[in-house]
Design a protein around this ligand. Structure first.
Ligand SMILES: [Zn+2]
Ligand SMILES: [Zn+2]
Length: 341
């Protein structure tokens, strides 16, 4: 079988290796579709300071079970599955409280441990989730990013009815927008790309603002009648974006701000900026316990998948994925690698 290995910044190899056999408690998956995420791009471009090479990327993995190890009861050969991006111990206090994503030894698949850009791979049965056959593999590859939407909106305790600002209208911004609309929120989407904002409109954004040409604070003030927004999700995540989202006039008093990035640049936040308005700044990382509800939502067609992906690329032409990472096409959106096509 073939696997893709990133061997260092801007370097990759396609290797021929033996097909693995599942150990006890493991499931052997034949890959069918794998999403390309921003974190895969950071890994390839050498922009992840914690990256260890060589690494097989990919954490948005959908495939079919072809073999199971001893003791596996959850799935059987022929079942369609998606794979959790979180690799956790299952025994620490965080795992036991249902927060596998912050396990003391947590590893993100495709970053701290090898991912799914290979024809076959074996994973523990508790890290796979059954997907009904009516969900296509191309849709199933989007379950992981949509699980992020359920997770971060749960972290922010979104109840429905809030007016929310989503900064950034890329894949994760579009996912959060759709999740917020499901929950009954009013959503403003902000970005610097008009095609992403047009897509956000299509996904139900109540207002869109291009922050290259319009002043965000003025827009928010106007839209909310001078109150500000009740919650902010920052999926733009540029250095300084968290500070920018705390600007007087953008969050309402008592608002919740959820940064989704991992920038290590110092922000310019003061105690007063948080406490004068009694703001909540909430951390969020990957997802926990959200794959099953997300699969249910996808099966019930609760998300608009149309336009989420701009490029489906056959695994046999995976070098194109890396070319596009280095030289993205104008207005391109997400890429998904498809196997056996
Ligand atoms: Zn992802
Ligand atoms: Zn743990």
């Amino acid at each position: 079988m073939k696997e893709v290995v990133i061997t260092g910044p801007k370097q990759f190899e396609v290797r021929e290796v033996p097909k693995p056999t599942p150990a006890d408690g493991e499931v052997l998956i034949q890959m069918k579709a794998a999403g390309v995420c921003g974190s895969d791009i950071h890994l390839f471009l050498g922009e992840n300071p914690n990256a260890v090479y060589p690494r097989i990327p990919g954490h948005e993995n959908a495939g079919v079970v072809v073999e199971v190890g001893k003791g596996v009861t959850k799935v059987k050969p022929g079942d369609h599955v998606v794979v959790d991006l979180v690799v956790a111990c299952g025994k620490c206090p965080h795992c036991l409280s249902g927060r596998r994503n912050i396990c003391t030894t947590v590893k993100a698949r495709g970053a701290a441990t090898d991912g799914g850009w290979r024809e076959y791979f074996a994973v523990p049965e508790h890290e796979v989730y059954l997907v009904p056959n009516e969900i296509t593999f191309r849709e199933a590859a989007l379950v992981e990013p949509f699980a992020i939407g359920l997770h971060c909106t749960k972290r922010a305790n979104i109840q429905g009815g809030e007016t929310v600002l989503v900064l950034g209208s890329g894949t994760i911004g579009a996912v959060i927008l759709q999740t917020l609309k499901q929950k009954g929120c009013k959503v403003i989407c902000a970005d610097i790309n008009d095609s992403s904002l047009a897509r956000a409109k299509k996904y139900g954004a109540d207002a869109v603002v291009n922050t290259k040409t319009q002043n965000l604070k003025d827009f928010v003030q106007e839209f909310t009648g001078g109150i500000g927004v009740n919650a902010i999700f920052d999926s733009a995540c540029y250095p300084g974006s968290l500070t920018a989202m705390l600007e007087q006039g953008i969050p309402a008093n008592g608002a919740t701000i959820v940064p989704l990035g991992f920038s290590t640049t110092q922000e310019g936040i003061t105690q007063a900026m948080i406490n004068v308005r009694e703001l909540s700044i909430i951390g969020t990382r990957m997802s926990s316990g959200q794959f099953e509800p997300t699969i249910k939502n996808v099966a019930e067609h609760k998300y608009n998948m149309d336009g989420m992906v701009s490029h489906y690329i056959p695994f046999s032409q995976v070098e194109k994925v890396f070319e596009l990472m280095l030289h993205p096409e104008k207005d391109m959106k997400k890429m998904v690698i498809v196997f056996g096509e």
